[in-house]
Design a protein around this ligand. Structure first.
Ligand code: HEC
Ligand code: HEC
Ligand code: HEC
Length: 353
């Protein structure tokens, strides 16, 4: 073999390696491209599934509403995410969504949700949710004026009290009443009785862990220890607010009415928050019974319907909506359900899809 031949052979080999290498690179580029496109599709599908099933609790931008934890920035591994969505969380309102667990989502749909939660820009989710008209209604929140906060801060240890009141007004007032006086949903927190029977530690523990099987959720996910301590100080010192004459605006209760506007509002809320389980027009699904039935409507007075919607049915998938929907919202839903009565089937279609 001459040197030239050896040289040529070497060049040829190099050429093959280089060309092959490029081809290999191209091939993996193509695969990567295809994988990327699949991921984008998964994220898109996941966003829509999220909008239809999860926003009402986890928020349009995954920020977490009330005591529901945020999903934006969540640190769970993919398999843990999958398991949580598939099987739910025992003894909480986080239901099992997997079809094998009696839920409504196929494994592929849960896979897409997991991919989406892991990589999505949550701002884009909020935009998509808005596009679909599924942005959840605002929580009932008591507005605190700067004037009120200034008077509270002027009390001894006022900074902590003001923090406690801010947490209370946004997270607790909807159920416990604007001035801690209690509502049909939850007991009063401003009583001497409560102050004398519960220690600070007991109150802190109760707020942190909640009371399973009731509307009182655990707030350890949603509030910091400082915030829980501050709201506990508020409960402990409610008397001081009272004697300083600090009164928060009372949340208006709306009477149930059957006006077209109320029915339209009820219909909108129903399609937003109830059809996923109770089916289109309330005919029922595998997740929940039919509400559009003579049997149910004739046997259940308005007050009972309102109570069920507000408090949920503990130990079942029926969530408590009291903290998330206003009394007006709940009355509008009740009016909407009632409007079906004249045309409702005599017996609920228990075998609805
Ligand atoms: C009725 C309210 C509600 C709905 C609807 C809901 N969740 Fe949840 N979710 C919760 C609550 C409450 C928790 C916290 C449970 C606990 O304390 O462990 C939770 C927990 C989770 C967690 C674990 C969070 C963590 O930090 O550990 C994931 C993931 C999750 N939900 C995903 C979803 C997805 C996806 C959907 C829609 C298919 C959904 N959830 C629908 C209320 C809800
Ligand atoms: C969705 C409605 C709801 C929200 C929101 C809510 N609670 Fe409650 N809370 C309840 C219910 C219902 C009970 C009664 C539980 C029971 O039956 O033991 C309760 C009980 C309590 C108790 C014990 C009262 C007693 O006499 O035993 C405290 C303290 C309390 N809540 C504080 C808070 C604080 C602080 C917040 C806000 C961070 C809050 N709750 C938000 C519904 C709610
Ligand atoms: C995550 C699924 C789910 C969602 C969302 C849901 N429900 Fe339910 N609901 C159920 C289940 C399950 C039951 C049956 C509970 C039982 O076994 O008693 C139920 C029961 C009810 C009942 C009592 C029915 C009866 O026959 O006693 C009413 C009323 C009701 N839901 C209204 C609503 C309204 C209004 C909404 C929307 C704001 C809603 N539900 C959203 C799952 C759901």
């Amino acid at each position: 073999m001459t040197r030239e031949m050896a040289w040529m052979g070497f060049l040829a080999t190099m050429l093959i390696v280089v060309v092959m290498g490029f081809n290999l690179l191209r091939e993996s580029d193509k695969q990567e491209q295809a994988a990327l496109e699949l991921r984008i599709e998964a994220v898109k599908t996941g966003m829509d599934t999220y909008a239809e099933n999860c926003v009402i609790c986890h928020g349009a931008a995954g920020e977490g509403l009330g005591a529901t934890p945020p999903l934006a920035g969540i640190a769970l591994e993919a398999d843990e995410l999958y398991k949580t969505i598939d099987r739910g969380r025992y003894n909480t309102v986080m239901a099992a969504y997997g079809v094998d667990e009696g839920g409504i989502l196929a494994p592929a749909e849960i896979d897409d949700l997991v991919t989406m939660i892991e990589v999505v820009n949550w701002g884009a989710v909020a935009v998509r949710v808005e596009e679909l008209g599924l942005t959840p209604p605002e929580m009932v929140v008591v507005e605190l004026t700067e004037e009120t906060l200034v008077s509270v801060r002027a009390l001894p240890d006022g900074a902590v009290l003001a923090d406690g009141l801010t947490v209370y007004a946004t997270e607790c007032a909807a159920c416990h009443g604007a001035n801690g006086e209690g509502t049909t949903l939850a007991p009063a927190l401003n009583t001497a009785d409560l102050r004398s029977t519960m220690s600070d530690d007991e109150i802190i523990r109760l707020i942190t862990n909640g009371v399973p099987g009731t509307l009182m959720a655990g707030w350890s996910n949603a509030l910091t220890n400082e915030q829980i301590a501050a709201v506990t100080t508020l409960v402990r010192r409610w008397e001081d607010l009272d004697s300083a004459g600090i009164d928060l605006p009372v949340i208006e209760a709306e009477p149930i009415d059957m006006s077209p506007e109320t029915l339209a509002h009820g219909a909108w809320l129903f399609s937003l928050t109830c059809t996923q389980c109770h089916g289109t027009d309330g005919y029922g699904t595998r997740m929940a019974p039919a509400l559009n039935s003579q049997q149910f409507l004739a046997d259940t007075p308005d007050a009972a319907i309102q109570q069920i919607i507000a408090l949920g049915v503990s130990g079942t998938r029926m969530p408590a909506w009291g903290g998330r929907l206003s009394e007006y919202d709940i009355a509008a839903l009740t009016a909407y359900l009632r409007s079906w009565e004249p045309t409702a089937p005599a017996i609920a279609d228990v075998n609805a899809p």
